[in-house]
Design a protein around this ligand. Structure first.
Ligand code: ATP
Ligand code: MG
Length: 573
C-alpha cells in the first residue's frame, strides 16, 4: 500500500472500536438494502401463485420492520462515520499545527503563507472527505456482496454472464481514475496558488495601491482564476464521462439477462419469482456500484491532498534537540561565536565565514555593515533559529545545541526591526511569551518602555484591542510595546534589530530612552543604525560579505581609518 495512505490510516487506529461499530451498522444497512430481492421472490412465487394472504401480511410487516432497523442503523453509521472522520481531521490539524511550531525559520522563509494555509484548510478537508467516503463505501461493498451471493444462488451461469460485464466496468474505472488523480493534483495546486496569491496581495495592498497596480493585479488574478477554472472543467469532463459509459453497459447487461432469463423461465428452469429477484438484485447492485466508482475517484482525488498533508507532517525538523538537553538553563549572559560558518542552503553561498566574536556579561555589541553583509543572519544563530554549519555558538561556555531550545530562548529577548503585534489587548501583547507576571510588573515594564503614558490615554487602557479589531498604533508606539515585552521577559541576552525607519524626534527620543533602559545590565547584540547606540557599544563589529573585518571601540576604529571610518562617514554622520 502507498506509504502516505498507510500513514493516513494510522490516524484511524484511535477510533478502531467506533469504526467496528460503524462497520457493523453498515452491515445491517447493507442487508436491509438487499432485502427487497427476497421479498419480491416471495411475493411472486408464493403470494401471487398460491394466493397466500398470510405471507403477504408477513412480507408487508417484515418490510416495515426492516425499514425501521435500517433507519436506526443508518443513523448510527452516519453519525459515527462523520464523528470519526471529523475527529481524525481534528487530530491531523493538531499534528500539523504542532509540526509548524517545530519547524525552523528555514522552512518559513521558503514556504508561501497561502500555500500553507491551503494545506491546512482545503487539503485537510479533502482528507476528511476521503475518510468519510471510505466509510460510506463499506455498506455499498457489503450490499454488492450479498446481492451477488443471491444472484449466484438463483442461477450461477446467468450470474457469470452478468459478472463478465464487471471487469469491463472496472477497466473503464481504472482508466478514468488515473486521469482524475492527475487532475485532482492540478486543481489543488491551482487552489493553493490562488490562496498564496490572495494572502500576498492582501498583505501587500498598501504597495499595490501606492503603485496604482490594481488593474495589473486584477489581470494577474484573472490568469490564476482561469487556470483554476480550466483545471476544474477538465476534471469534470473526465468525471462526467464515467457515468454514461457505466450506464450504457448496464443496459446491455439487463437486456441480455431479460432474454436469457426469459428463456429459462419459459423452459421451467427457474421460477418467475427468481427471475424478478435476479433482475431486482442486479438493479440494486447498479446504484452502489456506480457510487463506488465515484467514491473510488473521490478517494483518488483526495490522495493528492493526503500527500500534501503528509508532506508537512513528514517534514524533517532541522533544528534538532540534543538527546539530553539542559532543561533549566539560566544564563549569565556570556555569548561566544567560535569559528562559525553558515550558509542557508547546503549548496548555497557561504553567508558567514569564520566568525569569532565574544560578548561578556552585560556588554553591548554593535553590529554594523552594508546591507546583506550578514548581520541579521549572525544574530539569528544565537537563539538557534538556524544551526551553524561548522564552529559553535556558546552561551556561558555551553554549546547551545546542548541546551533545550525552549530553555535557551527563555534567556533571550528579541526586539525585531518590524514590530509584530498579535490581535488581542495591549496587555496580552506585553505578556506574550511570559507567564505569571503581575499587573504591577506589566505596568512597570510599560513605564520603563515609555509606553505607559500613551497606553493610559487609549479608550480601554491596557485592555484596548490592537490591530485588526482595535486601535491601530503608530510605528513608535508599537516599538515601545515590543520593548516592554522584552523588559517584562527580563532576559540576560538581548537581540536588538534597530528600526531603520526614522521616527519623529519626540518619538525617537522616547524609543531611545526605552532602549537604553532595556540594554542596561544585559548582554546585547544590536544591529545598529543609531549613532547613540554605536557610541555606547563596548565593541563594534564591522561586517562585510559575511566576514568580520574590523572590531573595536568607536574611537579605536575611527583612528584606524579603515572600513569603519568609511562606513561611519557615509552612514552615520
Ligand atoms: N532565508 C534566506 N535564505 C537564503 N539566503 C538568505 C536568507 N536570508 C538572508 N539571505 C542572504 O544572506 C545574506 C545576508 O543577509 P542578512 O539578512 O544577514 O544581511 P543583513 O546584514 O542583515 O542586511 P540588512 O542590513 O539589509 O538587514 C544576504 O546575501 C541574503 O541574500
Ligand atoms: Mg538585517
Amino acid at each position: 500500500m502507498d506509504k502516505n495512505l498507510k500513514k493516513a490510516l494510522r490516524y484511524l487506529k484511535k477510533y478502531i472500536w467506533l469504526s467496528i461499530l460503524t462497520i457493523f451498522m453498515s452491515a445491517i444497512v447493507s442487508a436491509s438494502n438487499a432485502a427487497p430481492v427476497w421479498f419480491i421472490q416471495l411475493l411472486i412465487d408464493k403470494v401471487l401463485k398460491t394466493k397466500d394472504y398470510k405471507t403477504l401480511y408477513i412480507i408487508a410487516f417484515s418490510m416495515l420492520f426492516v425499514s425501521i432497523i435500517k433507519g436506526f442503523s443508518m443513523y448510527i453509521k452516519e453519525y459515527y462515520s462523520s464523528y470519526i472522520s471529523n475527529s481524525i481531521i481534528y487530530d491531523v490539524r493538531k499534528d500539523m499545527f504542532s509540526k509548524l511550531q517545530d519547524l525552523s525559520m528555514k522552512f518559513y522563509k521558503k514556504t508561501e503563507l497561502g500555500e500553507l494555509v491551503a494545506k491546512f484548510i482545503n487539503d485537510a478537508e479533502k482528507f476528511q472527505t476521503a475518510i468519510n467516503k471510505m466509510f460510506q463505501a463499506i455498506p455499498k461493498v457489503l450490499t454488492i456482496l450479498i446481492l451477488l451471493g443471491k444472484v449466484f444462488l438463483i442461477d450461477w451461469k446467468l450470474a457469470i454472464v452478468a459478472l463478465c460485464i464487471m471487469p469491463l466496468l472496472s477497466t473503464i474505472m481504472k482508466k478514468f481514475s488515473k486521469k482524475l488523480k492527475n487532475r485532482g493534483k492540478t486543481i489543488q495546486v491551482e487552489i493553493g496558488s490562488i490562496t498564496s496569491y490572495l494572502t500576498e496581495i492582501i498583505s501587500g495592498m498598501f504597495i499595490v495601491k501606492a503603485f496604482a497596480s490594481e488593474e495589473y493585479e486584477i489581470n494577474r488574478f484573472k490568469e490564476k482564476n482561469t487556470a483554476n477554472l480550466n483545471a476544474a472543467i477538465r476534471s469534470t469532463r473526465v468525471k462526467a464521462r464515467v457515468t454514461p459509459i457505466v450506464d450504457f453497459f448496464n443496459t446491455i447487461l439487463v437486456i441480455g439477462i431479460m432474454i436469457y432469463g426469459g428463456v429459462q423461465v419459459i423452459n421451467d428452469n427457474i421460477t418467475s419469482g427468481e427471475l424478478f429477484a435476479f433482475l431486482t438484485a442486479l438493479g440494486l447492485i447498479y446504484e452502489p456500484l456506480r457510487s463506488l466508482v465515484s467514491t473510488y475517484n473521490d478517494v483518488l482525488t483526495s490522495k493528492a491532498s493526503i500527500d500534501r498533508v503528509m508532506e508537512i507532517l513528514d517534514y524533517e525538523v532541522d533544528i534538532k534537540e540534543s538527546e539530553h538537553p539542559i532543561l533549566d538553563f539560566n544564563s549569565k549572559g556570556d555569548v561566544k561565536l567560535k569559528d562559525v560558518c553558515f550558509k542557508y542552503e547546503a549548496d548555497g553561498k557561504e553567508i558567514l565565514k569564520n566568525i569569532n566574536i565574544e560578548a561578556k556579561e552585560g556588554e553591548i555589541i554593535a553590529l554594523v555593515g552594508q546591507s546583506g553583509s550578514g548581520k541579521t543572519t549572525l544574530v539569528n544563530l544565537i537563539p538557534r533559529f538556524y544551526d551553524v554549519d561548522s564552529g559553535e555558538v556558546l552561551v556561558d561556555g555551553i554549546n547551545i545545541k546542548d541546551i533545550a531550545k525552549k530553555s535557551l530562548r527563555e534567556n533571550i529577548a528579541i526586539v525585531p526591526q518590524d514590530t509584530f503585534l498579535f490581535s488581542g489587548t495591549i496587555y496580552d501583547n506585553i505578556c506574550y511569551g511570559t507567564s505569571g507576571k503581575t499587573t504591577k510588573e506589566i505596568e512597570n515594564a510599560a513605564k520603563m518602555a515609555n509606553a505607559f503614558e500613551f497606553i493610559k490615554e487609549l479608550p480601554n487602557g491596557f485592555n484596548t484591542e490592537v490591530g485588526e479589531r482595535g486601535v491601530l498604533l503608530s510605528g513608535g508606539q508599537k516599538q515601545r510595546i515590543s520593548i516592554a515585552r522584552a523588559l517584562l521577559k527580563n532576559p540576560k541576552i538581548l537581540i536588538l534589530d534597530e528600526a531603520t525607519s526614522a521616527l519623529d524626534t519626540e518619538s525617537e527620543k522616547l524609543v531611545q530612552e526605552a532602549l537604553d533602559k532595556l540594554m542596561n545590565n544585559r548582554t546585547t547584540f544590536v544591529i545598529a543604525h543609531r549613532l547613540s547606540t554605536i557610541f555606547h557599544a563596548d565593541k563594534i563589529i564591522v561586517m562585510k560579505n559575511g566576514e568580520v573585518i574590523e572590531m573595536g571601540k568607536h574611537i579605536e576604529l575611527i583612528q584606524k581609518d579603515g572600513a569603519y571610518k568609511k562606513l561611519y562617514d557615509t552612514q552615520f554622520k
